[in-house]
Design a protein around this ligand. Structure first.
Ligand code: TPP
Ligand code: MG
Length: 230
């Protein structure tokens, strides 16, 4: 999110619907706190609004709503749909001779959804080199590890066989992320898939690699400890 919003995306916070903007589809919509934080930091809305997160009167719901939140390009939360939408945006860009790029963030559990692979076939068929998929490969989903639930491995070989240019990186390394985006831009006639190896809860000792923290809020003591460690 940091590299996308502060380095990569060609966007205008004072014109969220600018037709030539790069698009981001956060297909793993439950990751909305990261998206909202980046949008607020970039200036789409006030940081004060973040305090309303998930409150019934707030526009910042657990799953992002494109009709309610400036800067959100696609509503998401029902997993498995984002790549299809990103394909549509990328095809549209080509038909309209616009040179914007489309980014789509998928979860490693999310790609167990069949629709992802139907979409991947289409990304390849339409040679969507303006599309860059990022798989957040943290090896965890809501109920446990990827292998325990329904293994999506080998993710690299799957996307390769679907015709993607595949790059595997350390998803916490800013330099590697930037390089991968550059590689994607240079790659013509095929879509790119960046497999970002990540650690869920990175930087907070008691949260790292714990599926139990998937959607839980810390108590006051845990919150203070987490802030200290960060
Ligand atoms: C279609 C659908 N099924 C189930 C869920 C419930 N759900 C929310 S997050 C999640 C886990 C997804 O795992 P992953 O894609 O690896 O994301 P991560 O937990 O790593 O953020 C599930 C099953 C959902 N949001 N949509
Ligand atoms: Mg995951």
């Amino acid at each position: 999110m940091a590299v996308l919003y502060f380095d990569e995306l060609n966007i205008k916070e004072n014109d969220p619907n600018w037709k030539k903007r790069d698009r981001l589809v956060l297909s793993k919509g439950h990751c909305s706190p990261a998206l909202y934080a980046a949008l607020a930091e970039r200036g789409y809305f006030s940081k004060e609004d973040l305090k309303g997160f998930r409150n019934i009167t707030s526009n910042l719901q657990g799953h992002p709503n494109m009709n309610d939140v400036p800067g959100v390009d696609m509503s998401s939360g029902s997993l498995g749909q984002g790549l299809s939408v990103a394909n549509g945006m990328a095809i549209s860009g080509k038909l309209d001779n616009k040179d914007y790029r489309v980014y789509c963030i998928l979860g490693d559990g999310e790609i167990e959804e069949g629709q992802i692979w139907e979409a991947a076939m289409a990304s390849n068929k339409y040679r969507l080199d303006n599309l860059c998929v990022i798989v957040d490969n943290n090896n965890l989903q809501i109920d446990g590890t990827i292998e325990e639930v329904m293994s999506s491995y080998p993710i690299d070989k799957k996307f390769e066989s679907f015709g993607f240019n595949v790059i595997t990186i350390d998803g916490h390394n800013m330099g590697e992320i930037k390089e991968a985006f550059e590689n994607a831009k240079q790659t013509k006639n095929k879509p790119t898939c960046i497999i970002a190896k990540t650690i869920k809860g990175k930087g907070i000792s008691f949260m790292e690699n714990q599926a139990g923290w998937h959607g839980k809020a810390p108590n006051q003591e845990q919150y203070e400890q987490a802030l200290k460690e960060l």
